[in-house]
Design a binder for this molecule. Structure first.
Ligand code: SF4
Ligand code: SF4
Length: 359
């Protein structure tokens, strides 16, 4: 669809928010009371979206401070489309089996970043392929409103992964805050119709569009890693049997699994039966991680007990196997696994080392 950039103000952004307020669940950035990170939470008012705040991120570090632009915290839209705990069936007395019926509500993701919109596209591939009933029912009921990133952080590498800092697909509306102005762009017919209802928006002038392009070009340069994705799966797999390399790359890894929990595309889960003694048993699906010991435990043994092999599996799944299976990388360059790794392991450095870097 033809993209027309419209110019407005913060008031128009508030008008856009208020179009959904009271009618739909709005999920967006917020700093809940007593928390020290930006979370994706249910928003009741536009003013809950943090302003005057910046999130400083580097390997193993996250701090909120004064500023004018923030990226994201540790959670992502994944938690709403693929919940950390999901009841699947209940078995009642007399062995009557009752599947849980999913009746998802309409959700508007408001002000998520382009990498998170891209992560939904990556999850679409997996959950469509495995015909996941919950995901697909919820997926049909979401609207995606993205804020383009004018100031990528130190752990961002969306430019390398082709997912940002300007959203180019999988959104309904994208907005960009630049020097007191807010620019709007529709990414779907639904988004176009919503924007047409905001009468104060006007087509942006050539000067404003030039300013927008300049800001986004500068942001793009800041969101690059020191490797390229050209032939990346093949470059990485050349080293698949180089045990010493993987031991070196994972030397500091604690196998805590934080990286997989915060990753907006990691989808592994395990299934447990939770018994409520004489009443009923719930079968529940919980997020799992390829870094847990139990993950690779099978009858009669364990096929991946060493941390270096877990790390190799995780990295190759993101940057090689996923691409081969779904023609999309399993990494969107959000940088969460770098920020929230307690050992400060930087996946960009490791992909660079394992693939030979930029060539
Ligand atoms: S890479 Fe970091 S976050 Fe991931 S399991 Fe290892 S120590 Fe934990
Ligand atoms: S692997 Fe790391 S950088 Fe890539 S999408 Fe997952 S959390 Fe983000």
């Amino acid at each position: 669809m033809k993209s027309v950039i419209m110019m407005g103000s913060e008031n128009d952004l508030k008008t856009l928010f208020n179009k959904f307020k009271g009618k739909t669940t709005i999920i967006g950035p917020k700093i809940p009371d007593g928390e020290i990170a930006i979370r994706y939470c249910e928003l009741n008012n536009y003013d809950e979206i943090p302003r005057g705040v910046e999130d400083y991120q580097e390997p193993g570090k996250y701090r909120l401070m004064q500023g004018d632009f923030f990226r994201h915290g540790f959670d992502s839209p994944k938690g709403y489309l693929h919940p950390p705990a999901l009841k699947i069936v209940r078995v009642e007395k007399g062995l009557e089996i009752k599947p849980y019926n999913y009746d998802p509500k309409e959700i508007v993701f408001f002000g998520i970043k382009p990498c998170d919109a891209a992560a939904i596209r990556v999850m679409d591939k997996t959950f469509t392929w495995n015909k996941d009933a919950y995901y697909n029912a919820q997926r049909e009921k979401i609207t995606i409103i993205v804020e383009n990133c004018t100031k990528p952080g130190k752990t961002c590498f969306c430019a390398t992964m082709g997912t940002g800092p300007r959203a180019t697909e999988n959104f309904d509306i994208a907005y960009t805050r630049i020097n007191g102005k807010v620019l709007f762009e529709a990414g779907s017919v639904k988004g176009e119709e919503i924007l047409m209802e905001i009468e104060t928006l006007k087509p942006a002038s050539n000067e404003v569009i030039a300013e927008f392009i300049k800001v986004m070009d500068e942001a793009y340069e800041k969101a690059k890693a020191q490797f390229t994705t050209t032939n990346l799966p093949e470059k990485l797999e050349i080293n698949i049997a180089n045990e010493n390399l993987w031991k070196e790359l994972s030397e500091k890894c604690l196998a805590c699994g934080n990286c997989t929990m915060v990753c907006p595309t990691c989808f592994c889960f395990d299934i447990y039966d939770e018994s409520h003694l004489d009443e009923y048993v719930d079968r529940v699906r919980y997020w799992d991680s390829c870094f847990t010991y139990k993950y690779a435990e099978v009858a009669g043994g364990h096929f991946r007990p060493e941390i270096w092999a877990m790390y190799r599996q995780w990295m190759l799944h993101k940057f090689s196997y996923w691409k081969k299976q779904f023609d999309v990388f399993g990494c969107v360059g959000c940088g969460r696994c770098i920020t929230w790794c307690p050992a400060g392991i930087d996946i960009r450095e490791n992909v660079k080392k394992a693939s030979g870097g930029c060539k």
